[in-house]
Ligand binder design. Structure first.
Ligand SMILES: NC(=O)c1ccc[n+]([C@@H]2O[C@H](COP(=O)([O-])OP(=O)(O)OC[C@H]3O[C@@H](n4cnc5c(N)ncnc54)[C@H](OP(=O)(O)O)[C@@H]3O)[C@@H](O)[C@H]2O)c1
Length: 293
């Protein structure tokens, strides 16, 4: 299958390049960081550039577009304005959906578990109440709505917390904790935020399975099988890797009021499993991630 990947230089995108290129003809788009995109057919493109996008659609003629490019920070920093976040996460998603419609390609969009109302937990189903509490989550939800307004040939993956090791510049909190604990440095971890983490390896593997399936017009929770707090996740890492658990400092969401407060967006993944997408257990995922380091 001809697969166009946006965000190919991101945390997830780097793994998608590797997994999807095994059985598919991929074209992968990066913006500022080339990473392993240089090993594949690729282009440097700001997805706000509609004409640039159109050229790629026209020349590559993808059957499937996996749209992962986004501003994924939950807190706006000095380098990215709210307008940038809107333009990239909403307007560009809308452009990509329009181009998919025009060029007859299916679109898979990586949305987020953070679109749900985090105070309601737990094991939320796809029809649970949506109350995004950060600009990031709000714009990801707006991206979902734009796609749904434009056409039916889509799959929206409400993706859970991703963990593992970044292959280029992009890293995640799990990697930060791993590096600190490796050096015997204490780390602060939330005891009152619950997610359904899935490893980058497992997410990329399952997306590789998903693209073979004849599914469309679906919103699917996409995460691991276990509801777990951030603290318990790191405890699990300590158990498996033999890190000193005394280095873990328990904190609560209220201790960091500047962060968007998300208590429990753990996912019910029955629908994902009903499509034959069966994630490994959390322990298996952690062990696999550690084996690959
Ligand atoms: N990480 C998680 O835990 C998580 C959880 C749920 C959902 N998601 C979703 O999964 C997707 C991937 O997340 P991630 O963690 O891999 O993100 P990431 O590491 O922050 O990567 C973001 C990607 O988007 C690209 N990008 C940003 N602005 C762009 C622009 N103007 N034009 C073209 N490309 C642009 C970046 O390119 P450059 O780096 O080359 O600039 C990078 O490839 C996102 O859609 C995110 O919303 C992530």
């Amino acid at each position: 299958m001809k697969v166009l990947i946006t965000g190919g230089s991101g945390l997830l995108g780097q793994y998608l390049n590797i997994f999807l290129s095994k059985e598919n003809d991929i074209f992968t788009i990066f913006n500022k960081h080339i990473g392993n995109c240089q090993e594949y057919k690729s282009a440097q493109l700001d997805i706000r550039d509609y004409e640039g996008l159109r050229k790629v659609f026209k020349s590559f003629n993808a059957e499937l577009v996996l749209h992962t490019a986004a501003i994924s920070d939950t807190i706006i920093n000095s380098t990215v304005s709210a307008k940038d976040v809107y333009d990239i996460n909403v307007k560009s998603t809308e452009s990509i959906a329009n181009l998919c419609k025009e060029f007859n390609a299916k679109m898979i969009y990586t949305s987020t578990d953070l679109v749900y109302a985090g105070y309601r937990g737990s094991y939320l189903k796809e029809d649970a109440k949506l109350i995004p509490v950060s600009l990031y989550a709000e714009t990801k939800l707006m991206g979902e709505l734009k796609i749904q307004q434009i056409f039916d040939n889509y799959i929206i993956l409400r993706t859970a917390l991703l963990f593992g090791f970044g292959l280029n510049h992009s890293t995640c909190h799990f990697q930060f904790l791993f590096e600190q604990l490796s050096k015997n440095i204490p780390v602060k971890v939330f005891i009152d935020q619950f997610r359904s983490p899935i490893s980058l390896l497992e997410a990329a593997r399952l997306i590789g399975e998903l693209i073979k399936k004849d599914i469309k017009k679906e919103v699917i929770n996409f995460g691991g099988p276990e509801r777990i707090s951030r603290y318990e996740l790191v405890e699990r890492l300590c158990d498996i890797k033999g890190f000193n658990k005394n280095l873990l400092v328990k904190i609560k969401l209220d201790d960091l009021p500047q962060l968007p407060k998300v208590e429990d967006v753990s996912l019910n993944i029955d629908k994902m499993k009903s499509f034959g997408l069966e994630p490994k257990s959390l322990n298996e995922m952690i062990k696999e991630v550690l084996r690959k380091t």
